[in-house]
Design a protein. Structure first.
Length: 557
């Protein structure tokens, strides 16, 4: 009997062999089914979004794996909202192309299939981002032909006619001469018009409408696009209302870090950190991110650096660190109050945002309105009104050297007559806004002579035909600190002047929207940056602890 017949005979005659055979087949079938089931239920993974910042109408390409070969019931979610069918251009297992709808939400991006959801990625919606322009093979530098007017006040509108400016501004800028002392690394002889002050009002290939920026001085100006710089043109800045100078620059190396510890959560959990970035201003013209670990998701969005930890994990302690090189000038001003321009000449958007009540400044409070009227009486000149309010606060309120703790209101200052630097700055700004004077509460750090830092707050207000005036009512009132300049009188110096020991991180309230619905928000009241969100956690079972260190100065030159 051959081997094949013997095997068949044994299977037929032996119950034990038949049973073992059926069990083996069942085991093999189960293992194969599990393997196939696992492969079918692979969790989608996002590798990248290109671009990570976009506007409605932009094409975004999502690369990764296990998205599924067809869309079917699979979906993409932006900021907690699923895209509609019309948004999808193509769908494959490793790449999804979508066009952003008009109502696209910034925040977490998730690819979902019928079996699982991916770990989230982060997307930022920049509605002001210009539409990309098809590049021309012939690159031509911009050219300025006509300037109107040729003599102009700071903050007023300049019309520049010419060619090759580009149909949209994109990253193009207009630069003006500025009288700032040179440093060993940069002469800082030019200053650009500012998006934050709404200086750019109109841009086309042949004409630009731009406001002369704060800190500009008589001399040259030019237009710079991606294709190059225009030849410089002369312009005269009328300084009848006063003069601003920037002297004695210092460059600081500042380190910011946050520790996140024992992070854990479900498969869809995410922690987003919003690390504040120092502001660029006329007196703080250079902010360079020299090191950032780990690599950020986005290194500059809404004046923050976005870091992210996502997915189920437990990694002990992880440090998120950013180092900046920041150049700061001492600011000196001389104002001729009777020569200021009408308030109506200030940019409309700037007036609107810098005179209204918001989450930080209680300028609509009845006590603030009544007090502002009492202090200023019949005065209408904005500079004189600001001086009256400053002197009133110094004469009637006592400054506390320690920052108050807890959920407390700066309005306590006008009732108890005592408050910290935060209270002084916020109330001073509120009184200015109640008088219709554009103003901000600035926040940042004050650097002592031993390079130790403390959280600090001060103010600035805007004068038509002049620009921004710095005011530090807390230092004017006698807040204790160690200045490099020993010969100043704080009560007079800190109205209109500011030393180079102030590093600004926020100008006014930085309103940041949550990146996902129902996320857990962490705020840091009375901190060196005034922003809605510092941390944002999403996920049903997420648990972690965090610690934000105060900024430290690790070098100065």
């Amino acid at each position: 009997m051959n081997q094949e017949k013997t095997s068949t005979y044994l299977v037929r005659k032996s119950p034990v062999i038949r049973t073992l055979l059926w069990i083996s087949l069942a085991v093999i079938f189960t293992v194969v089914s599990l393997i196939l089931g696992l492969r079918v239920k692979e969790k989608p993974v996002i590798y990248s979004l290109n671009p990570p910042i976009g506007s409605p109408g932009d094409l975004v390409i999502i690369t990764g794996k296990d998205f599924g070969n067809i869309r079917d019931t699979n979906y993409v979610e932006f900021g907690g909202y699923k895209l509609t069918s019309s948004s999808y251009i193509s769908w494959s297992n490793t790449e999804i192309k979508v066009v952003l709808p008009a109502n696209v939400q910034e925040g977490l991006v998730v690819v979902g299939t019928k079996n699982a959801r991916s770990k989230p990625a982060f997307f930022a919606n920049t509605t002001a981002a210009p539409v990309a322009v098809t590049s021309n093979s012939i690159t031509t530098n911009p050219v300025i032909t006509i300037v109107s007017p040729e003599k102009i006040y700071p903050g007023t509108l300049l019309t520049i006619s010419g060619s090759n400016f580009g149909p949209t501004r994109e990253r193009s800028k207009v630069y003006f001469s500025s009288e700032r002392e040179a440093t060993q690394d940069n002469d800082f002889s030019y200053i650009s018009a500012s998006e934050d002050d709404f200086d750019y009002e109109y841009w086309s290939d042949g004409e630009i409408h731009v406001r002369v920026p704060d800190g500009a001085s008589s001399g040259n100006f030019y237009v710079e696009t991606s294709k190059g710089k225009s030849p410089a043109r002369k312009i005269e800045i009328d300084e009848r209302a006063g003069k601003k100078s920037f002297i004695s620059p210092k460059t600081y190396v500042v380190q910011i870090y946050a520790d996140v510890e024992d992070s854990s959560g479900d498969k869809d959990s995410s922690i987003i950190l919003r690390c504040p970035r120092p502001f660029v201003t006329a007196s703080q013209p250079s902010v360079q991110l020299t090191e950032c670990t780990p690599e950020p998701v986005i290194n500059d969005f809404q004046h923050t650096i976005i870091q992210q930890v996502s997915g189920k994990s437990s990694f002990g302690k992880k440090r998120f660190k950013s180092d900046f090189a920041i150049t700061v000038y001492e600011t000196r001003t001389q104002v001729y109050a009777s020569r200021l321009n009408p308030v109506s000449t200030v940019a409309e958007n700037l007036r609107a945002i810098a005179t209204k009540e918001d989450n930080l400044v209680p300028s609509g409070d009845p006590d603030i309105i009544a007090l502002s009227k009492k202090i200023t009486k019949g005065e209408s000149n904005h500079y004189n009104m600001a001086a009256l309010i400053y002197n009133y606060m110094l004469n009637n309120y006592v400054i506390l050297n320690d920052v108050r703790k807890g959920n407390i209101s700066p309005l306590d200052l006008i009732r108890t007559k005592k408050g910290d630097a935060y209270d002084f700055a916020v109330i001073y700004t509120a009184l200015l806004r109640a008088c219709g004077i554009p103003s901000y509460t600035d926040s940042g750090i004050l650097v002592e002579t031993d390079l130790k830092t403390r959280d600090h707050w001060w103010s600035e207000f805007y004068l038509a035909g002049f620009g921004w005036i710095p005011v530090d009512p807390a230092l004017g009132a006698g807040l204790k600190y160690s200045p490099w300049q020993k010969d100043i009188q704080p009560e007079t110096y800190y109205f209109g002047n500011l030393d180079a020991q102030h590093i600004v991180f926020s100008r006014g309230w930085n309103e940041i929207k949550p990146s996902a619905p129902n996320s857990k928000i962490v705020q840091k009241p009375r901190s060196y940056a005034l922003q809605d969100i510092w941390e944002e956690a999403s996920g049903e079972k997420i648990k972690y602890s965090s610690y934000w260190a105060n900024p430290i100065v690790i070098g100065v030159y």
